[in-house]
Design a protein around this ligand. Structure first.
Ligand code: COA
Length: 260
């Protein structure tokens, strides 16, 4: 089986790349667990100083696998997605995101937990939670308004509007925009190497200081959001919305399942 997350290690920089191109890097339960394990190992590995997370040149991620949402939904606060986000939130090493193309749903939520977010012009950040009869998750309802202000956060979370790369930088959800993925990845690597040259204990403590003031509120918000999210997923509204958006793939996958 192909690795769902590719890894490349160079000079203390670990680059992790979502690798499910046929589904635009939709995150299924196996990917969440694989990424959680890789990040956890990297965090404990003295040879890794900085982690870059990307989806490659075409797409960061199309978000949670919609078929998984229907067939293997999270039922409690230790779901694979939850395990991944727990590791991300408590990561001791700096995390830099490189975003080309769509970053949908949890793909955008993840960015709010990164130390730097570099995007290409064609990036498309979108959280269509309400459109799918769901609600924000993993701290988006707390972090997004703090990052970009209530009115802009409302446009993304209530209306489900999207931001391209330049707009994401203007409103503060991303740091820098580049013409293409190669430039974006090179810039991320440059930032990573600058951090590797810093006094590492001071870097670790400063990251901790930056995150600490919000941690208790973040954890409480995540718990509240995700219980609501699990409940929403079971609702008729969400089931109808999800089936509508994936009807073609869903029908194909269930008929394949029925035949086996
Ligand atoms: N889960 C599962 N499969 C997905 C997926 C997802 N989140 N997003 C895309 N795919 C699959 C499609 O079913 C399709 O598979 P198929 O070729 O076997 O039919 C393939 O990926 C390509 O997707 P497609 O929709 O044809 O690509 P596009 O370029 O026209 O559109 C998107 C790209 C990202 C705009 C569109 O795929 C989309 O809106 N996806 C759903 C995003 C979403 O709602 N995520 C959850 C948020 S909570």
């Amino acid at each position: 089986m192909n690795d769902l997350i590719k890894q490349h290690r160079d000079d203390g920089v670990l680059t992790l790349t979502f690798n499910r191109p046929d589904k635009l890097n939709a995150l299924n339960n196996a990917m969440y667990l694989q990424l959680a394990n890789l990040l956890q190992s990297a965090d404990e590995d003295a040879g890794v100083g900085v982690i870059i997370l990307t989806g490659g040149d075409l797409c960061f991620t199309s978000g949670n696998d919609l078929v998984d949402f229907l067939e293997h939904p999270p039922t409690e606060l230790c779901s694979p997605a939850f395990q991944l986000m727990h590791v991300v939130i408590h990561l001791k090493k700096p995390l830099i995101a490189v975003v080309c193309g769509p970053a949908i749903g949890i793909g955008t939520t993840l960015l709010m937990h990164c130390d730097q977010v570099l995007v290409t012009q064609n990036a498309k950040l979108r959280m269509p939670f309400v459109n799918l009869a769901l609600c924000p998750e993993f701290g988006a309802s707390l972090l997004l308004p703090r990052l970009i202000g209530h009115a802009r956060a409302a446009r993304l979370l209530l209306w489900g509007d999207s931001l391209n790369g330049a707009a994401a930088v203007v409103c503060g959800l991303a740091n820098e925009v580049f013409d293409d993925g190669t430039q974006c990845l090179a810039a991320a690597r440059h930032l990573a190497l600058r951090l590797l040259a810093m006094p590492q204990e001071s870097l670790r403590l400063t990251r901790q200081l930056l995150k600490q003031p919000l941690m208790a509120e973040l954890q409480a918000t995540i718990r509240r959001e995700n219980l609501m999210f699990i409940d929403r997923l079971k609702s008729q509204e969400a089931q109808t919305a999800l089936k509508a958006i994936i009807s073609r793939s869903y029908e194909n996958s269930t008929s394949r399942g029925a035949q086996s």
